[in-house]
Design a protein around this ligand. Structure first.
Ligand code: SF4
Length: 682
C-alpha cells in the first residue's frame, strides 16, 4: 500500500551483495511500500522480488523485543540491566578461568559496517582475543584469500558497470538470476542484445547457461581440473597475452610446466564435459577482449575452493583480462554486507580494511590506545573444533544462525552444546538461539538504524533508519558498547552515533579515509578512496599494474574430494539458495516472501523422476553418510541425470544434517556443494 506512505527513506536492500538502493515508504511505524531509487548507480531503478517484497521482516510478529535469559523452566524475559550483567559476569568468569582465547565473537553480514567494526573491536579490545570471524568463512573466504594472495586485495577487481563494457562473461559456479537478480538481469540483457557472449561453468543449465556460447556442465567439485585445462589450452595454442605477462606476471615457465599434463581430454574425463568444449571456452576467453568473470559459491564451497579461485585468477593473468574496463574478477558476495563484515575486522587474521594484523597493529593500537592480543586467533570452523574439544567456552553470535547453516549439523551441534555460554544477538529467536543459547539480546534491524553497507563491488553506501527501533531492541553497536561498560572495559567502546564509529574506521583504514558520511550522503563510493578529493576506484589494479607492480602465476594441484558416490550413495547433491528465500530465511521467512516458497525442495531432472516413479510434490527422504532429511520433490529441467539440488532455508527440513565436514585447505570453508546421498520415497 505505497499510497499510505507518509515518509520515504532512502536506504540499501540488506539481502544480496548487489546492494540495491531503495526507498522505504513508512506510515505508523510500518513499512507500507518499497520502490527502487531511480538514479542508483547499481540497480538503476530496478529491484528484485526480495528487495520489493522482502522488507517486512522488521515488523514481523516473530521479532523478539526484550532481552531473555534461559532458566531451568525455559526462556524468561528480563530487562537490559539484568541481561547485560549476566553476560558480563559470565564472560569475565570464563576469561579468568580459561583465558581470553576461550572466548569468541561472530559478526554479521546483516549488520552494518559500524556494527561489525565494533564487534571486532569488542573481541580484540574488550575480550583480548583474535577469535573473531563472520559468515564469510562459509562462503567467500576462499575468494578473499585467493585474490589477496595473488593480487594483494581480497575484493572484486571491477564494477557492476563493467557488465555493459565487457564483450564476454565468464560465469563460474554462480546463478545470478536467482541469487543476485539485478546483476543477473543486466548480464542477461547484454546477452540477449548480442552485445556480449558468455561461458557458463555450472552443473545446472541455468538461465544464463541457456544464453551462453559455451556451457560447461561439469560434475560438482571439479572446477579446478577444468580451469587447469583451459590454461593448458591457452598456453599450448599460444593464446596468452605476451605483452601483459612480460610487463606484469612472473613464473610463466613454472606455471606452464604445471599445467602441461592437463590436457582437455584428461580434464574432460574428470569433469564430465566434452574436451572440445573446454578448448572452445579457452579460445573464446583468450581471444575476446575485454572479458569479465563473475564467480559464486559453486566455486568456493569446495574442498579446493581457494585453489579454484586462484585458477580463475591465473587464467585472467595469462590472458591479460584484468585491470581494465570490462575485464576482471568478481566474487558475487552472497549477502549485502558480507564483504563489509569481514573487511571491518571480523576475521581472525586481519584488522579493519582487511589489513593483516602485523601490518596494521601499530596504527590500530595508536587509535585504540590499547595493545592488540599477540596470540593468533581462530576462525569460525576452528572455534567450533575448539568448542568441541572444550577449549572455546563462550561465544557471542550476532545475526548468524549457525545451527541451521553450518555443515554436518550433528557435529556442529555437538560443538554448540558444549559451550558454557552462548549469547545470540538477533532480531528473532533463530534456531541457534532457540536450541542452544543461554542469553538472547534483541538487536534492531537495518531498517531501524543508521550506518553503512559495503556491496560486492567495494561500494560503501548509507543505510538510514526508516523506523524507530521496535520494543527494547537496540543497534548492535550500542549493545556491544553497553556490554563492554558492564565488563569494566567500556573505554574506547562508547560512541555517540554510527558516524562517530565510522570516523574511527577511517582512521585505521587508509584506503577508506575519504569515505566520509558527508560524501556518502551524496551517493555511494568505491574504495580505495584515500581522501576527501579521491573519487574512489572503479577498476582495481589498473594503476597498480600500470606502475609496474608484478604478480606471479600460481601452480596448483588437483585433489579429488573424498566425498564420492558409490553403490550405497549413488546421487550427488549440491545445496544452494533460491530466488524467494535467503540463507537461513530468518529475514525472508519473516516477510511476504515466505508465502512464495514456504519450504525447501529437492530438485531432480524429469528423466530421473520418471525412472524412479516419482512425481512433483511427493515427499522423499535423502540420506548422506552423516544424516537424513525429508522434503518435497521438485522437477527441474536444469539438472543433469544423477544430480540433485536442494535449498537449505527451512529449519523443519534442516538440510545441513546431510552436508559434509570436508573443508577448504587454505581457509576452512566447508564443501557444501559435494554431498553423496541416497534417495527414497517416504
Ligand atoms: Fe536486494 Fe539483491 Fe534483489 Fe537488489 S538484487 S533488490 S540487493 S536482493
Amino acid at each position: 500500500q505505497p499510497e499510505r506512505a507518509e515518509h520515504w527513506t532512502r536506504s540499501v536492500c540488506s539481502y544480496c551483495g548487489v546492494g540495491c538502493e531503495l526507498e522505504l515508504g513508512t506510515a505508523d511505524e510500518q513499512v507500507v511500500g518499497v520502490r527502487p531509487v531511480l538514479d542508483a548507480p547499481v540497480n538503476k531503478g530496478h529491484l528484485c522480488v526480495k528487495g520489493r517484497y522482502g522488507q517486512g521482516f522488521a515488523q514481523s510478529s516473530r521479532r523478539v523485543l526484550t532481552p531473555m535469559l534461559r532458566r531451568e523452566d525455559g526462556w524468561q524475559a528480563c530487562c537490559w540491566d539484568e541481561a547485560l550483567d549476566e553476560v558480563a559476569r559470565r564472560l569475565l568468569a570464563l576469561q579468568a578461568a580459561h583465558g581470553a582465547d576461550s572466548l569468541g565473537v561472530l559478526g554479521s553480514a546483516r549488520a552494518t559496517n559500524e556494527d561489525n567494526y565494533l564487534t571486532a573491536k569488542f573481541a580484540r579490545h574488550v575480550l583480548g582475543t583474535h577469535n573473531v570471524d563472520c559468515c564469510a568463512r562459509v562462503c567467500h573466504a576462499p575468494s578473499a584469500a585467493a585474490l589477496k594472495t595473488l593480487l594483494g586485495t581480497g575484493a572484486a577487481t571491477s564494477s557492476y558497470d563493467d557488465i555493459e563494457r565487457t564483450r564476454l562473461f565468464l560465469v563460474a559456479g554462480a546463478n545470478p538470476n536467482e541469487n543476485h537478480p539485478v546483476v543477473g538481469a543486466r548480464i542477461r540483457q547484454q546477452l540477449r542484445r548480442g552485445a556480449a557472449q558468455a561461458i557458463v561453468i555450472d552443473p545446472r543449465r541455468t538461465e544464463l547457461a541457456e544464453l551462453a556460447t559455451v556451457h560447461l556442465a561439469l560434475r560438482p567439485g571439479t572446477n579446478l581440473p577444468l580451469l587447469l585445462a583451459m590454461a593448458q589450452v591457452v598456453l599450448a595454442e599460444g593464446l596468452h597475452d605476451r605483452d601483459f605477462i612480460a610487463r606484469r606476471v612472473d613464473e610463466l615457465e613454472a606455471f606452464a610446466v604445471s599445467v602441461r599434463e592437463w590436457t582437455p581430454e584428461r580434464a574432460a574425463a574428470i569433469c564430465g564435459v566434452e574436451a572440445e568444449a573446454i578448448r572452445q571456452a579457452a579460445r573464446l576467453y583468450a581471444n575476446t577482449r575485454p572479458a569479465l568473470c563473475f564467480h559464486g559459491l559453486g566455486m568456493t564451497e569446495q574442498g579446493q575452493g581457494t585453489e579454484g579461485v586462484m585458477a580463475l585468477i591465473n587464467l585472467a593473468l595469462l590472458c591479460g583480462q584484468i585491470g581494465q574496463p570490462g575485464a576482471g574478477l568478481n566474487p558475487l558476495r552472497g549477502q549485502n554486507n558480507v564483504q563489509g563484515s569481514a573487511h571491518m575486522g571480523c576475521e581472525p587474521g586481519s584488522l579493519a580494511g582487511g589489513i593483516a594484523i602485523e601490518a596494521g597493529r601499530a596504527r590500530t593500537e595508536q587509535v585504540w590506545g590499547r595493545a592488540l592480543p599477540q596470540r593468533p586467533g581462530l576462525n569460525l570452523m576452528q572455534m567450533l573444533d575448539a568448542a568441541e574439544a572444550g577449549r572455546v567456552r563462550g561465544l557471542l553470535v550476532l545475526g548468524y544462525d549457525l545451527a541451521l547453516s553450518l555443515p554436518d549439523s550433528q557435529r556442529s551441534w555437538q560443538a554448540l552444546k558444549r559451550l558454557d555460554l552462548l549469547v545470540v544477538q538477533d532480531l528473532y529467536l533463530n534456531e541457534t538461539a532457540a536450541r542452544f543459547a543461554d542469553v538472547f539480546l534483541p538487536a534492531c534491524s537495518t531498517l531501524e538504524k543508521d550506518g553503512t553497507f559495503m556491496n560486492a563491488e567495494r561500494r560503501v553506501q548509507r543505510v538510514r533508519a526508516a523506523l524507530r527501533p521496535r520494543g527494547q531492541s537496540l543497534p548492535d553497536w550500542q549493545i556491544l558498547g553497553a556490554l563492554a561498560a558492564r565488563m569494566g572495559r567500556g573505554e574506547g567502546m562508547q560512541f555517540e552515533s554510527a558516524e562517530a564509529i565510522w570516523d574511527e574506521v577511517r582512521q585505521v583504514w587508509p584506503d577508506g579515509a575519504g569515505l566520509s558520511y558527508a560524501r556518502l550522503d551524496r551517493g555511494g563510493l568505491q574504495w580505495p578512496c584515500r581522501d576527501e578529493d579521491d573519487p574512489g576506484t572503479r577498476v582495481l589494479h589498473a594503476e597498480r599494474f600500470g606502475h609496474g607492480v608484478r604478480t606471479s602465476l600460481r601452480p596448483l594441484d588437483y585433489r579429488p574430494s573424498p566425498e564420492v558416490c558409490d553403490a550405497d550413495y549413488p546421487w550427488l547433491l549440491s545445496t544452494g539458495r533460491n530466488l524467494y528465500q535467503f540463507n537461513a530465511a530468518t529475514m525472508s521467512g519473516a516477510s511476504a516472501l515466505q508465502a512464495l516458497r514456504p519450504t525447501d525442495t529437492l530438485d531432480l531432472c524429469a528423466a530421473d523422476a520418471e525412472r524412479l516413479g516419482l512425481r512433483e510434490g511427493q515427499r522423499v527422504r535423502v540420506r548422506s553418510r552423516r544424516g537424513s532429511a525429508e522434503l518435497p520433490l521438485r522437477i527441474d529441467a536444469r539438472l543433469q541425470p544423477g544430480q540433485l539440488f536442494a535449498t537449505f532455508h527451512d529449519p523443519a527440513v534442516l538440510l545441513n544434517r546431510l552436508t559434509s565436514s570436508e573443508r577448504d585447505r587454505w581457509v576452512h570453508a566447508p564443501e557444501y556443494k559435494v554431498c553423496a546421498v541416497q534417495l527414497e520415497r517416504v
